[in-house]
Ligand binder design. Structure first.
Ligand code: UDP
Length: 211
């Protein structure tokens, strides 16, 4: 995997650059994946090669994006007409069909099965892992003064069919809010033209405790 500074939003309609993002996302994702591995979640991570490149296991990506939410924000708030910032008693999980041409439409597990995107066992594994990943990441980020609002995960199949966490865990696919001030520390600054995204990526990286 090579991590660049290119940033996109709205299915590629908005394009830009966040200077230094690739280096940050590479290191952050690798450290978080190694932490998850220690907690029994298999991931694609093998070895960091340099500041922007990481060796990962070869997978075929399951074309289901997992959207996991602890707090209302973004499209959840828009769809259901609620303000951002409502802390859920029970987190939510939703799936979208990873298909750019169709605009990644939301679907439920019956749709995923009908489209043969994954087997029932794979969906169960993906859901179980997602809940465990949420618990691990939420607790970890809290110790760094960061609230994990929501995030997107992608999983892949190894050649023997094993499901592993793939893609990345970074301020691109995660909403991070400063636990004290509520300030955005993620790609929403870019998506919403709020500015300060470079500083925010650096700030959230700084919050990660040293190895
Ligand atoms: N997300 C992502 N890629 C996508 C869609 C969503 O990484 O194609 C992430 C996004 O960063 C956020 C979470 O998934 O952390 C939930 O996003 P949401 O559905 O609220 O969509 P948005 O408001 O960003 O359009």
């Amino acid at each position: 995997v090579e991590y660049k500074d290119d940033a996109t939003a709205f299915n590629g309609l908005k394009k830009g650059t966040i200077a230094g993002k690739g280096v940050i996302n590479n290191e952050m994702s690798n450290r978080l994946m190694q932490m998850l591995e220690k907690q029994g979640i298999p991931t694609h991570f093998v070895k960091e090669l340099d500041s922007r490149q990481t060796l990962v296991k070869k997978v075929s990506i399951v074309p289901l994006e997992v959207l996991f939410r602890n707090i209302s924000a973004g499209s959840f708030s828009k769809h259901y007409g609620v303000e951002e910032g409502i802390v859920f008693e029970h987190p939510t999980i939703e799936f979208s069909y990873k298909n750019d041409a169709l605009g990644d439409p939301l679907l439920n597990t019956y749709h995923a099965l009908a489209l043969k995107l994954a087997t029932p066992e794979e969906i169960k594994t993906i859901e179980d892992y997602s809940f465990r990943i949420n618990e691990a990441l939420k607790a970890f980020w809290l110790t760094c003064g960061v609230t994990l609002v929501d995030f997107k995960l992608e999983f892949g199949r190894l050649s023997d069919g094993t499901i592993v966490l793939a893609d990345e865990i970074s301020p691109d696919p995660c909403r991070f809010w400063d636990a004290t001030t509520g300030a955005h520390l993620d790609k929403d600054l870019f998506r919403r033209d709020l500015g300060g995204e470079e500083e925010a990526y650096r700030e959230v990286m700084k919050r990660l405790p040293g190895e």
